[in-house]
Each structure stands twice: as C-alpha cells, then as structure tokens.
Design a binder for this molecule. Structure first.
Ligand code: FAD
Length: 387
C-alpha cells in the first residue's frame, strides 16, 4: 500500500496499517519530516486510537495534559464557563502537542524503510488492479491501493473529484509558541480562551508545559495565501488585542516573531474514493480550526481505514475503500459543520452576550459526544459486512 504525505494523517495511518499486519510505504515531499508548525490539540477520540497502536505513553510524555482549570473568558477576563476536557466517562485524554513532536513520535515507531522523504507526488493512474503514483524526482511506485494524505493542497484530490473551492473565511490566525520561562506565571495545565467581537484568543501548553502555544484569531478583509509559514507582525497582533484582559497583553509583550495563517472554509467533498485511490485527513475534509479537530479526525480516518483494510485483499480493496468512505463521511461532515458554528460563537456573532455565554456553556455536551466516539467498533462492523 502506498501513502502519499507524511504528515499527521499519513504517518498515523502507516502505524495503524502496520499494527494490523499490512505492508505500507509513505512518500513525503519535504526533505525532512515535520519541522514546521506550532501547537496541535489532541482529544480523547484520537488519543484512544494512538493508545491502540502503543503510542499512549509517548503522548503523555511528549504532550501537555490540559485539566479542569481550562476556561472560556469574556474579552475582559470575566469567566464564562469551564472547557470540556474529558469524555462522558470522565476520562481526561486532552493534550496540547507541538506538531513537530507529534510528527516525530509517529515516525520513530515506523520501520526504517517505510518513509521516503524528498518525493513530491505529481501524477496518478490506475489500470486493472494496479495503482501507480509518479513523483517529481522521476520515481514511479505501484501499489494495490493509494492513500492520499497529502494535506489541504492535495495534489491527488483532483484524481478523485473536482476540488471544492476554498472560500476565504474573512479571518486570519496569528500563532506561535513561547518558552514558559518567558511567562512563568502562565498556567501549564490549562486551555484558556478569551472571546470578543469578531476575535478570539487561545492558549494551551505543549511539551509538558515547557512551551505555551498561542493563537489570536482576528478579522481580515484581504485574502492571503493559505500557508502555515507566512510571517506576521507581532506589533499588529499586540494592537489587535489591546484593551483585552491584561494577561493577554503580558503574554504578547514577549512575542518576538509570529506566523499568520489565513482561514479558508470548504464544503464537504461529494466523494473521497476513485477505484484504488482514496483521500484521508485534510485532503478529504479540510476544516476550520474552531473545534481543534483537524489532526484528530485524520487519526480517526487512519484507524477506520486500517481496520477495514485488514479484512480486504487485492480484489476487494476498492470495495473496502468505499466502506471506509461511507463510514467516515457523515461523522466528518458533522465535525466540519460544528467547527463552522463554533467559530461564530467564538467570535461573538450573536450581539447578546448572555445568549453567547449560554451557548458556550451548553457546548460541553457536543464536545462530550465528539470525544466519546470510538471509530473501531463501527469500522469492524463495516469490515464484517464486506466479507
Ligand atoms: P498534514 O499534516 O498537513 O500533512 C500533509 C503532508 O503531505 C505534509 O507533510 C505535506 O508536506 C505532504 N504533501 C503535500 N503535498 C504533497 C505531494 N504532492 N507529495 C508528497 N507529499 C505531499 N495544524 C495545527 O493545528 N497547528 C499547526 O501549527 C500546524 N502546522 C502545520 C504546519 C505544516 C507545514 C503543515 C503541512 C500542516 C500544519 N498543520 C497544523 C495542519 C495539521 O497538521 C493538519 O490539519 C492535520 O494534522 C491533518 O493532517 P494531514 O495529514 O491530513 O495533513
């Protein structure tokens, strides 16, 4: 099996497929894995799957658990409500993790010959029972199936369906990471979010609390490239949150460099699969970040796919890919819609702040349902139906 893209979705899928006894190769365009990025958020629905491939202890060691002191605040620091950090059983498996740490954690467990860096996919074709991927460096590889985990600007998506048009969301996120020693008063065990008109500000800890990840979401009327590495101006960021809770000002006074990331929204794709090619992670379902589910949903995808493919052979693989798509599409569309709605709440689109605060409080029930989800039992049922 061939996976294109060695990000979070591709590397987790490789771990899950190998855990199910399948053979896999991963092809990543970058010369090295995972050097770029800031914090990602892991929630119980994906940590459950990381545990299944033996990565539970590594998440505990390399992430930073966020606890019950996590809070939503009004922009001036008035508390609104606690943040839901557990599933319904009370299990707290909610972690902040540096993307580079997560990528490395997913890569080190793979056998040495699995990941091939420096391979930028540029073409795809399938004939009979063979799927073929070509790369800009001239290499061509074949497999019984190809999993496109090549992210938000997926090259392979066009071989499945016409791309869904990215719609500028009218906001940008300034994001970065500060060493905790620069802001020693900052809590190392809490996810904290401040909500104001058209803007919100978020922090959570990474790497056992050594680092604090911050993101400031602000309106923007000018479209810009959807990039994880475009530089932003720290003074502009400070000005955006001037007059908010003084704690934000004290954190931002320490920021020397920041990244600017334009937010785009997309409608769910009509299909993810074409014969022996299927999409996974952001290539299948890019979403706004307002539920922190991009990485988590890509991990759920990988476990669902591996569970189903473990019951397939070369002949039945295309049917298995369709079963994976059927299983995942409605769940992920719900999360995509939920992220869109939550963004409106976070940016206080409702001018009645009492209503906004009540919605934020009630939102805990949605998060509990999201976190309770275990993709494996339903994937097993879908696999059994194939046999
Ligand atoms: P990704 O994790 O984006 O992985 C896609 C991978 O495919 C990348 O490694 C990319 O280099 C590779 N790729 C793309 N095109 C090709 C090609 N043609 N051939 C071969 N390989 C290709 N999320 C956050 O919440 N916070 C962050 O700070 C953050 N930083 C990020 C930094 C970068 C550089 C990237 C690529 C993504 C970042 N994300 C971040 C997004 C987050 O990782 C994803 O939304 C989520 O994890 C879904 O994972 P994915 O595997 O689908 O996509």
């Amino acid at each position: 099996m061939v996976i294109v893209g060695g990000g979070i979705g591709g590397l987790f899928a490789a771990n899950a497929l190998i855990a199910h006894g399948l053979q896999v190769s991963v092809y990543e365009q970058a010369p090295n894995l995972g050097e770029v990025g800031a914090g990602v958020f892991l929630t119980p629905n994906s940590v459950r799957q990381l545990q299944r491939v033996g990565l539970g202890p590594a998440v505990e060691k390399r992430g930073a658990r966020v606890g019950t002191e996590s809070r939503y605040f009004r922009h001036d620091g008035t508390p609104i409500a606690p943040v839901q950090v557990t599933d319904s059983s009370g299990w707290n498996a909610t972690f902040g993790m540096h993307r580079a740490d997560l990528v490395e954690m997913l890569a080190v467990t793979l056998p040495g010959e699995v990941v091939h860096t420096g391979h930028r996919c540029s073409g795809f074709e399938q004939t009979g029972d063979v799927a073929r991927v070509s790369f800009a460096n001239g290499a061509i590889v074949e497999g019984d199936i190809v999993i496109a985990a090549d992210g938000i600007h997926s090259e392979l998506q066009r071989f499945v369906t016409p791309p869904s048009r990215p719609v500028f969301h009218g906001s940008v996120a300034y994001r970065g990471v500060l060493a905790h020693r620069r802001i020693p008063h900052w809590p190392t065990d809490s996810w904290l979010m401040w909500l104001g008109k058209g803007k919100h500000f978020l922090t959570f800890p990474l790497r056992g609390g050594e680092l604090i990840n911050y993101v400031g979401f602000v309106p923007a009327d000018q479209e810009m490239k959807e990039s994880w590495s475009a530089p932003g101006d720290p003074d502009v960021l400070r000005a955006e949150f001037a007059g908010w809770d003084p704690r934000i000002g004290s954190l931002l006074s320490q920021v020397e460099a920041t990244f600017r990331w334009a937010l785009y929204d997309r409608e769910p794709l009509p299909t993810w699969t074409q014969g022996r090619l299927t999409l996974l992670g952001d290539a299948a379902h890019p979403m706004l970040p307002h539920l922190g589910q991009g990485a988590n949903q890509s991990i759920e995808d990988g476990m669902a796919l591996a569970t189903i493919l473990a019951h397939a052979n070369r002949n039945t693989s295309p049917a298995a890919l369709l079963a994976y798509e059927r299983l995942r599409r409605e769940r992920v569309a719900q999360v995509q819609r939920g992220a869109r709605e939550n963004g409106l709440r976070y940016d206080s689109a409702n001018s009645d702040l009492g209503v906004r605060d009540a919605e934020i409080t009630a939102h805990a029930a949605f998060r509990r349902r999201l976190y309770d989800h275990d993709v494996v039992p339903e994937a097993k049922a879908a696999a059994t139906a194939l046999i």
